[in-house]
Design a protein around this ligand. Structure first.
Ligand SMILES: NC(=O)c1ccc[n+]([C@@H]2O[C@H](COP(=O)([O-])OP(=O)(O)OC[C@H]3O[C@@H](n4cnc5c(N)ncnc54)[C@H](O)[C@@H]3O)[C@@H](O)[C@H]2O)c1
Length: 429
């Protein structure tokens, strides 16, 4: 590898919600970026400058970018830095699946050259970089980590759809297996982001940071979900209570209840720590409980449908229920681990006739339009707070014969809907 030529060359492995925005940022900052993915369709789209997923910023930036995409891992040969951004899912039993990280590491190792820095951005539990990625890279390349090549971990914190925080301004933490690797990685992130870059004492600390961040969120959401269930029995609106508590200027951070936690991070990452702890003979009880509470929220939302219909002297069995929203959060098309699917399954198990609609996820929607979804529906579940759904008036629901609204995201004006004569059920309000 010619170091002079390669200093501004980087390769990004995995062009998804994490890899593509990072590639675009590096491109904007003057790096020559090659994006590598095993998905040929995605590679074709990126080369045609079409975003493979719904994201206005990515779509806009791609148009003027010089990024090249490929399925050929040998293209990493001219890069000083190779960044791995592949998924880290769990299987149906919630067991971490590191196969994609292993596969990507193997392919990178086959083409690794002396002097290169490999950065793992995928979310992993402590120990994965050192115990899994490093040996694969060493074995397939025949090179020695810390001597011939370097390995670092910089967990990604991107929050798709966030108007304020994006890949260019979120602070980063970096850990590495050698001082040279750490310096190279810190210098790289400092050259592309406006936020701070904090070097960690070890690569395991950097891995642990991401586990802590997402577990923190899962636990706090579980806490307010539990409050929501109890406070609703007392007739106390938990959202008002949380907003009241949030007036305290210190030691309180508001989290809000909902019909379930979705996405590739919060309902997934804690399992990496839970399972890793088990291997060390430790039970992460707090995390496991949070997972259990949050996983039950789709059932709780369905219970609100049942109770609401009951108030109108109607059975859930045979009722038409429209589930609005399949994406796991507003105005994006990512439906991975979305609670909507649990809600649909549970509604069907009670004999409800379910239709689903999401303008961002047409491939998974059972009907093509909102009108079709609402027509003669007895109850509606707002499972995603898409802007379009927040604008639907009580009148529109009533005109379609809807009697019950279950606001799974607490995103509607409760009083307005109640005044209109609809049964309104929120999550804890
Ligand atoms: N999505 C988020 O909001 C987010 C935020 C922070 C961190 N993360 C973490 O970042 C990682 C990537 O997540 P994502 O949301 O970008 O996933 P994604 O599914 O959107 O994209 C991953 C890409 O990697 C490709 N890929 C899979 N195996 C590959 C291989 N062996 N070689 C090359 N490419 C391969 C896939 O085809 C896909 O295009 C995960 O570990 C995730 O936990 C995600």
């Amino acid at each position: 590898m010619n170091k002079e030529n390669s200093l501004k060359n980087i390769s990004i492995i995995g062009l998804g919600y994490v890899g593509l925005p990072l590639a675009l940022l590096a491109d904007k900052k003057g790096y020559s970026v090659i994006g590598i993915d095993i998905d040929t369709k995605k590679v074709e789209l990126v080369n045609k400058k079409i975003s493979p997923f719904e994201d206005k910023d990515v779509a806009r930036q791609l148009k003027s970018s010089k990024i090249e995409a490929s399925i050929d891992f040998s293209r990493i040969k001219d890069s000083l830095i190779v960044i791995i951004c592949v998924p880290t899912p769990v299987d149906t039993n919630h067991m971490p699946n590191l196969e994609l990280v292993e596969n990507a590491s193997r392919k990178v190792g086959e083409h690794l050259k002396k002097g290169q820095l490999v950065i793992l951005e995928s979310t992993v539990n402590p120990g994965v970089s050192e115990r899994i990625v490093r040996p694969i890279l060493e074995k397939t390349s025949g090179l020695k980590c810390g001597q011939d090549f370097y390995l670092a971990h910089c967990p990604e914190r991107i929050n798709p759809g966030d108007a304020k925080w994006n890949v260019s301004n979120i602070n980063r933490v970096v850990g590495a297996l050698s001082d040279t690797g750490l310096k190279l990685a810190v210098d790289f992130y400092k050259s592309i982001i406006d936020g701070d870059v904090k070097p960690m004492k070890s690569i395991r600390e950097a891995e642990a940071v991401k586990m802590v961040e997402n577990s923190f969120r899962d636990i706090n959401i579980a806490f307010v979900n539990e409050l929501a269930i109890f406070f609703s029995k007392l007739g106390i609106d938990v959202v008002n209570v949380i907003e009241g508590a949030a007036t305290k200027p210190f030691s309180f951070m508001p989290h809000f209840p909902g019909c379930g936690v979705g996405g590739h991070c919060i309902p997934v990452d804690p399992y990496y720590l839970i399972e890793y702890a088990k291997k060390h003979g430790f039970n992460h009880d707090f995390l496991a409980l949070a997972r259990r509470i949050n996983s039950q929220m789709p059932e709780y939302a369905v219970e609100q449908v049942r109770v609401g219909l009951n108030e109108k002297k109607q059975s859930i069995n045979g009722a038409k229920v429209a589930v609005l929203g399949l994406a796991y959060k507003p105005d994006i098309d990512d439906y991975r681990e979305s609670p909507s699917f649990g809600i649909i399954k549970s509604l069907k198990s009670f004999g409800a006739k379910v239709v689903s609609y999401d303008p961002f996820v047409p491939s998974k929607s059972s009907v093509k339009t909102l009108s079709e979804a609402l027509k003669k529906a007895d109850a509606v579940v707002i499972a995603t707070a898409h802007t379009e759904f927040k604008k639907i008036s009580p009148k529109k629901y009533k005109d379609n014969g809807v009697k019950v609204i279950v606001d799974g995201r607490n995103c509607l004006d409760k009083e307005k809907f109640q005044k209109a004569g609809l049964v309104y059920k929120g999550i804890g309000r």
